[in-house]
Design a protein around this ligand. Structure first.
Ligand code: FAD
Length: 450
């Protein structure tokens, strides 16, 4: 039987989608969504792209209009924090003093930017980007006089900000500590291509370089500048180089927000530890989205994913479980990033591959990289090939076999592969381990012919 009330801690993409999916399933009980960010649930992807250019306005970023919450009878409490969980009494205490009972509790607390551990990191003009308020402050700075921007970290957010700022005419330098950008997320072919695109647009990209300190106005020592509260003026690298800066954006990754789970005595290991159905060791508590560390059938180990698709699909999986239809979370991971005229999309997981095959011209504007491990397709990265991305995601969801030789064959084109409906499994057949939880992605199968 479904519990009488659900409290969702964290009103981001995953929290909102959980509440919405509960109602979409006809869940009749009380649904309360608590979030500490005043505007309520927003689309984060535009915050490093169109919101900074001005193409997307503040009115465009809420995930749902205000009327949605009242219409769906979802109690949205913004500007409040779930301060603690009493697992014995099945209640949560909010910072405002409100105590809420729950039958099911969903932790959707997301992530926070990883702080830069160097002197001067708290100087004025040193920013991170996560929420609407961060994006608004950055947007205002980027729409004033030209700035010398230093982006620390060549991850997705740092590179998106760099591309956007460069497009607005600013002087941009990116400093990355690793020898390669996006090393954990993308193959060298695609990440090198992204870096080349930045350089072609006039961004100075420094790889394999450490930041030692940030310096403020009229000071030489980063530490004293930070303590003095001045405005950032330079970034000092470990090899002694000083880069002049009016604005610094730190994009060195995020840390899962696990404080609430930890204080409640739940297991935490780079995220809230959950089982394959996204449930914690407490049968009344689940975790979803960026904060959830789950055993992935695609990775073969426990991972955490930071993407809109993952937040949405995990929310649907947990809503189903709360409504009495538990299932393993097996959705194919999908991600996208937009930089300059490039849309880069990934389907599946491409880290840990032992073989890659490229389809299309890697020196051109459109190509895909197929990643294999022990001859089995694990993921596809596409540059300006949205059709490849969509088909690859369906193919991975259906567990369709595709070999490196087939991709290498002359004239190979995913779009031209004949589609044949998947033969329904015999009633006694076990479920396909890679089937989509929603069923949508596994409804058709691609027959692959070399
Ligand atoms: P969050 O969105 O972080 O939401 C969690 C919320 O919970 C936050 O509001 C947090 O403040 C709140 N919270 C935490 N603790 C508590 C508490 N105790 N009580 C109440 N509230 C609490 N993904 C893509 O796939 N493609 C993209 O192009 C892309 N671009 C992005 C650009 C930016 C600038 C950012 C920041 C992210 C981007 N992402 C992108 C990632 C994607 O937006 C996230 O993976 C997704 O939003 C995660 O949703 P979430 O609900 O798990 O976490």
């Amino acid at each position: 039987m479904a519990p009488r009330s659900v409290v969702v801690a964290g009103a981001g993409q995953a929290g909102l989608e959980t509440a919405a999916a509960l109602r979409a399933r006809g869940y009749p009980g009380r649904v309360t969504l608590v979030g500490d960010e005043p505007p309520g649930p927003v689309h984060r992807p535009p915050l490093s792209k169109g919101y900074l250019t001005g193409a997307v306005s503040a009115e465009d970023v809420p995930l749902r209009p205000a009327a949605f919450y009242s219409g769906q009878d979802i109690e949205l409490l913004t500007g409040d924090v779930v301060a603690s969980v009493d697992r014995e009494r099945h209640t949560v205490l909010l910072e405002s003093g409100l105590r809420l009972p729950y039958g099911a509790l969903v932790l959707a607390t997301g992530c926070r930017p990883r702080p830069l551990p160097v002197p001067g990191a708290s100087l004025a003009g040193v920013r991170t980007l996560r929420g609407l308020a961060d994006a608004e402050a950055l947007r205002q700075r980027l729409h004033g006089t030209p700035v010398r921007l230093v982006v620390i970290g060549a991850g997705f957010i740092g590179l998106e900000v760099a591309a956007t700022a460069r497009g607005l005419g600013h002087d941009v330098t990116v400093v990355e500590a690793q020898p390669r950008a996006l090393a954990r997320a993308l193959t060298p072919l695609v990440s090198d291509r992204i870096v080349a695109e930045h350089r072609a647009h006039g961004v100075r990209v420094l790889m394999d370089r450490q930041v030692a300190a940030l310096h403020g106005e009229g000071t030489d020592e980063g530490e004293s500048a930070g303590a003095g509260g001045g405005r950032v003026r330079a970034v000092e690298l470990a090899d002694g180089e000083r880069i002049d800066a009016d604005l610094v954006v730190v994009g060195i990754g995020v840390l899962p927000d696990t404080g609430l789970a930890l204080a409640a005595g739940l297991a935490v290991d780079d995220g809230v530890v959950v089982d394959e159905g996204l449930r914690t060791a407490d049968p009344g508590i689940w975790a979803v989205g960026d904060c959830a560390a789950f055993p992935s059938v695609h990775a073969g180990r426990r991972i955490r994913l930071e993407s809109v698709q993952n937040a949405t699909d995990q929310a649907r999986c947990v809503a189903a479980a709360i409504c009495g239809e538990p299932r393993p979370y097996t959705a194919v991971p999908r991600f996208w990033t937009d930089q300059y005229a490039m849309r880069i999309q990934t389907a599946g997981l491409t880290s840990g591959h032992d073989e890659t095959v490229t389809s299309g011209d890697p020196d051109g504007d459109r190509f895909s990289v197929f990643c294999f491990r022990a001859g089995r397709l694990t993921g596809v990265e596409s540059v300006n090939r949205p059709a490849d991305h969509g088909i690859a995601a369906r193919l991975l969801a259906a567990g369709t076999r595709l070999t490196p030789a087939e991709v290498r064959a002359p004239g190979f084109d995913l779009k031209k592969l004949p589609r044949t409906p998947q033969t329904p499994p015999a009633p006694s057949a076990p479920p396909t381990p890679t089937a989509s939880p929603s069923g949508s992605a596994s409804e058709e199968r691609l027959s692959v012919h070399a």
